[in-house]
Design a binder for this molecule. Structure first.
Ligand code: NAD
Ligand code: MG
Length: 383
């Protein structure tokens, strides 16, 4: 039995992971669950899955959970989350927290030598270099959950070192694919949340609509696979059937295909190196019919360009990019910023906070806080 801890259990990835776990009786012992605020769903999950220890990021929510639950222990706040990971004795931590709040738990797990199934791409966008060094130092593995990176992990596995020339990530293009910049000026939150192929949490759904998600994923791929940025391509593929491709030195290109269902990469990461049955229909290409590909439109969707520029700048730039994006997306979702304001806020924040060298995780926490402050200012000015 693998001892498994799930962080961000109440979210889109977290609930699908619990579905994967429930379908494999005897494979996992769940040693803990966490959420930010939603204490009632978290308690229901703990009861259903026989979990004895949970953590809630929000102190009030933790206090309510502790009152309502006699079946186990409730930890509170960011310190509680750290304890949940550090004292878990887990073999594997699934990090399905959204945003840079996921970086701390990734660091704690790797420091303890615990393997991490990583959905929280922001951990690598913010702290890729230090996170990879930590994983190297402790021998704890990072297994990607992001579908494109799971695909790449499978495609690269078994290829001799030095044989991979290029990586390609596919992007659905989101709900606004094909629109010009002018046609994006007055899009609503509701329209932006209507993703054509994937059902996901709110933040990543907006990131998919702006193409920032693909920018974050280019950075994620660079750190996971050690591939330089100029060898990582993005192609828009509206059907989301091909998840990623690798071009090899001998002229062969390998692709990973499947229906868009996150339970596939989640099951891959949780059961790795084993393979298990996942209840998704077998891919029938004749039924799918056509697979289309096109270049991303960087004029209408400048977030992908901003992400590439920050990636090239290096240092704290991707941390700043991420923090400004989180602030801007949150402002858009709460009606305080227009859709085109998202790249504008990120651009302005990157301008005001030039890339600096990263000496330690503290450098990153400081850059994250400063970028949030400046981004919030720009949101205010624009409103
Ligand atoms: P979500 O919003 O549905 O869920 C987020 C979870 O994290 C919730 O359980 C929430 O309580 C918890 N959380 C939120 N803020 C927190 C904080 N400050 N501290 C601790 N916990 C906090 O998000 P999601 O769509 O499941 O995405 C989770 C991560 O997985 C993101 O990094 C996302 O980019 C990545 N991802 C998601 C999908 C998908 O299909 N949903 C696909 C690929 C990658
Ligand atoms: Mg993805």
């Amino acid at each position: 039995m693998k001892r498994l801890l799930i962080l961000g259990a109440t979210g889109s990835i977290g609930t699908q992971a619990l579905d994967v776990v429930a379908r494999a009786p005897g494979a996992f012992e769940l040693v803990g669950l966490s959420a930010e605020r939603s204490h009632e769903p978290l308690l229901a999950q703990a009861r259903r899955h026989g979990v004895r220890r949970i953590a809630l990021g929000d102190h009030d929510a933790a206090a309510r959970a502790a009152e309502a639950w006699t079946g186990g222990e409730v930890l509170a706040g960011p310190e509680g989350l750290v304890r949940l990971v550090a004292e878990s004795g887990a073999d594997l931590v699934l990090n399905a927290i959204v945003g840079s709040a996921g970086l701390g738990p990734t660091i704690v797990a790797l420091t303890e030598g615990i393997d991490v199934a990583l959905a929280n791409k922001e951990s690598l966008v913010v702290g890729g270099e230090l996170v990879m060094a930590l994983s190297e130092a402790t021998g704890a593995q990072l297994i990607p959950v992001d579908s494109e990176h799971s695909a790449l992990h499978q495609l690269i596995d078994g290829e001799p070192p030095g044989s991979v020339e290029r990586l390609t990530l596919t992007a659905s293009g989101g709900p606004f694919r094909g629109r010009s910049r002018a046609q994006l000026a007055d899009v609503t939150v509701e329209a932006a949340l209507r993703h054509p192929t994937w059902a996901m949490g709110g933040k990543i759904t907006i990131d998919s609509a702006t193409l920032m998600n693909k920018g974050l994923e280019v950075i994620e791929a660079r750190w996971l696979f050690g591939t330089p940025y100029d060898r990582i391509d993005v192609v828009v593929h509206p059907q989301s059937i091909v998840h990623a491709l690798v071009a090899l030195c001998d002229g062969a290109t390998l692709a990973h295909l499947g229906h868009p269902d996150m339970r596939v990469p989640i099951a891959y990461a949780l059961h790795h190196p084993d393979r298990v049955d996942v209840p998704v229909p077998t891919l029938d290409l004749a039924h799918v019919g056509a697979l289309e590909f096109e270049s991303p439109d960087l004029d209408a969707f400048p977030c992908l360009r901003l992400a590439r520029e920050a990636a090239q700048a290096g240092g704290t730039a991707t941390c700043v990019l991420n923090a400004a994006n989180e602030v801007a997306v949150h402002a858009f979702l709460s009606g305080r910023l227009d859709f085109l304001g998202i790249p504008a806020v990120i651009d302005a924040t990157l301008e005001r906070l030039p890339a600096a060298r990263v000496h330690s995780f503290d450098t990153l926490y400081e850059a994250d806080a400063e970028a949030r402050r400046l981004a919030a200012e720009t949101v205010q000015v624009r409103a």
